[in-house]
Every structure is written in C-alpha cells, then in structure tokens.
Design a protein around this ligand. Sequence first.
Ligand code: ADP
Ligand code: MG
Ligand code: ZN
Length: 486
Amino acid sequence: MNYEAVIGLEVHAQLRTRSKIFCACSTSFGDPPNTNTCPVCLGMPGALPVLNRQAVAMAARAALALGCRVSSRSLFARKNYFYPDLPKGYQISQYDLPLAGSGQVEVWTGKRDSSGQIVDRVHKTFRIHRIHLEDDAGKSIHSPAGGSYVNLNRTGVPLIEIVSEPDFRSSQEAHDYLEHLRRTLMYLGICDGNMEEGSLRCDANVSVRLRGEKRLGTKLEIKNLNSFRFLQKALDYEAQRQIEVLRSGGVLEQQTRLWDEENGRTVLMRSKEEAQDYRYFPDPDLLPVLISQQALQELQSGIPELPESRRRRLCQEHGLEGEEALLLVQSRAFADYFETVVRQGAKPRAAYNWMMGELTRLLKADRREIDQCPIPPQDLSQLIRMVDNHSISGKIAKGVLEKMYREGKDAEAIVEQEGLRQISDSAALEEMIDTILSAEIAKVEAYRNGKTGLLGFFVGQVMRQTRGQANPQLVNRILKEKLDQS
Ligand code: ADP
Ligand code: MG
Ligand code: ZN
C-alpha cells in the first residue's frame, strides 16, 4: 500500500521592531539577562499594554507579501496557560479575528535526488490559512549542572505566526516553503531569519494517508524545529514512523512530539488527550486593530520586488539557470551587488562566477556578509572587464581580487602598481618565442616528428619568462604557427 505524507507548518517569526509589542522595552538580542524589562512585559498587575504601531505595519506588510487578505479589523485575545517564562500567565495573541488570512504563495520546489541535489523543480501553490500577531515568551535555561534560569528580555517581543494549510506532500516541499517565507521576510526587512537565535521557529504537523485518499489522517505535531536540516530529517522520520504503525495494523493518536537530534528520531512530548483548553477571551486592555483601506494601499505600494519574482527576472534578463539565480537572490544585498556589477559593464555569467567563487570564498573565511564586503561592486565589475578585454589573465585576476579585498585598492591601481598587465603585443611575444625555439632545437624536432604534446612545454616556457602575463590564446597561436611551418 502506497502512503503519502501530508504536512502543514506553523511558523513564528520575530519582527525586527525596535521596541516590544506592548511596551517601550528594547528588543535587542544578547543584552544582559532581564535588563530589557518593565512592569508591562513582566506582567505586573495594573500595567497597561499599548500596541506598537510599527509591529502592526510590519505584520501587515508580511501578510501582503504572502498574498494574504488583511482584515480591516482584528482583535487581541488572551491565551491562558502557565509557563515559568510567561509572567503574565497568558499570552496575548489573536484568535477569532486574526490580522490576515486566505493567502497563497508560489514556491519553486522540487525533489532531492540520491546525491542530495534538488531536481525537477516546478512552481507549486501553497495556501496560508492565517497570519496573526502575538507576543513572545521569555526564555528558560535549564542548566546541566542543575537549576533553571529565566531570561525575560524576549518577553513581549512581537511575533507573527504564519499558519499554512496542510498542502505539503514531502519534507522537501515544506523545506522550500520555509525558505520562501524566510527570504520573503528578510527582503521586507522585518525579520532577520536567524533560526539559531530563534528569530524564526517552526512547528510541523504531519499525517499520512493512502495515496488517492481525500480525507486527512490523524496529525502529530513536531515542536521547535530550529534548522532546515532538522525540519527535513524530523518530517522524513515521522512520516515513515507513522506509515509503519499503520502498516502493522496500529492506530495513531494525536500527539506533540520533539525532534531528538542525537538519536535521529522524534519522541513523545505529550498526547493531545492532555490538550490544553486555553480559555481564550478578548483582551479587555486592548482595543480592536483597525486598518484603513488607504493605510493598506500605502503598505502595498511599499513592498519591494520579492525574491521569487527577482529570481525569475534575473534568469530572463541575464540568461542564468534557475538554481544559479536562486543563489543570487539568497539575500537582497547579494542580488543588489550582482545587479550593480552587471550594470557597470561586467558580463552576467562572469559576475555570477566571480561572486559565487572567489568573492564568496573570501567573505566566508572572514565570516562576512556581502554588505560588509570591502570591495565595492563597481570595483569587481572593473576587474571582470579587465579579464574580459584581456588586460589581465583570469589567473592573475584572482590574485588581484585578493589584494583588492585586503588593501582596499581598485583593480586598475593594483595592476599598474605591480605591472601585471597581460602581454598582448604579438611582436614582443614573437621575438621571445623565436629565442625559446632556437634554444630548444631537439624539442622542436621532436614536435615536428609528431610529439605535439610538447606544445604545453613551450607555452610553459613563455609563461615562465613573462611571469604568467602573456596572453595565453596569443601564445598558443604564435607557437602553433611557428612550429607547424617547416
Ligand atoms: P490545532 O488546532 O491542533 O493547532 P490547526 O487546525 O490549527 O490544528 O492546524 C495546525 C496546523 O496543522 C496547520 O498548519 C494545518 O495546516 C496543519 N494540519 C491540520 N490538519 C493536518 C493533518 N491532518 N495533517 C497534517 N497537517 C495538518
Ligand atoms: Mg495551532
Ligand atoms: Zn517592557
């Protein structure tokens, strides 16, 4: 019997507002524990929350970029539960009337082949059920040496929860959707997308059913998947586990499970029989959120070109492969850099190769992002043009790039200063080649008697004498002419 997996994701994204969602405390990450707190986010009795307008605007921008309908009126509710890092005793979230819903995104997704490459990419539409605003809880730290600590700096940081429909049929689709969300939110500048620091968190719901079956199977939820790799591994493991339970005649019950990376499996956290009743009710301290049509239009017009449309445009305009363009749109700054290099006259293919090759290697070694790159795009463009018009060879250009990176000079300056310009003067090269050939009579004879592999030897001689600066095409041509004439 042939089963398929059915997957839905609940994604929490921290919004990059300066202050928290209901108070003026800073949201900055990594400050000393419990310093960014006040009576509101500490849940002191009588402290009144005031909604952060910037958080609403960011959430609405996200919703629009993800093809959702934004409600003109939404409502905050209290979701009551006890947790040591939730001092209020309830989370402020949206329940009956969320900020946005009925969205859909077009994701370029595929399958992984046996070597791990993603192949057979197609565009698939995945629906978004709803997007709502809520406040984050604090963070508990359980010390292996014993004892638990709580840091309430994160308490009250604004979150959006993006709930998908159960539209994914493989872990790869879920993965590609999550990447699509992450890139989109980062392009909008509203989330830093850092999964390790918890700025983006994902819970996955999985069920399985016989292929062709329309009804959904019993779903199990896997909590807190904090990397793309864990998400995929957990989904693959869990779907397979469920299939095996059903095949052996077992029954599945609703559960919440956790990914155990060490042992490569999901483990039971709680069964849904213990499901909480959160006793949602409208928060009496907060007014409904009203968004006018005009405000929405303004937000809509402020949405930049989004990564997926940019990817397609880069393919069309520059003749790049889809996967290549996907690497270029990895961040807005990276794609901007590429487009500037090309606009300044470099060929797109060369710009792509230099950026993905040498430049990325230099940046990675320093753990730098493209926006901290000491080489301005104009200068990379100049270097690429110098290779293209044979002022320098590709090999020498690599060394020049490294100098540009370390010394902050441009390509022209380094090439002049170090006398690296390629020798394309055929008269000068002919003279040098004549001298070399007359000193190597025996090898010339051997070449003419059929050992044509010796061409490489002669090229090497010329390159040695010119310290690699001779134009290799020209050297080859002159050598061939001279050796073949006899
Ligand atoms: P709950 O009330 O348990 O949170 P929801 O209906 O809100 O459940 O759905 C939560 C998430 O689970 C959504 O992303 C949804 O797409 C997904 N989901 C719902 N039913 C299934 C199912 N049978 N299999 C896989 N995912 C599902
Ligand atoms: Mg839910
Ligand atoms: Zn506060």
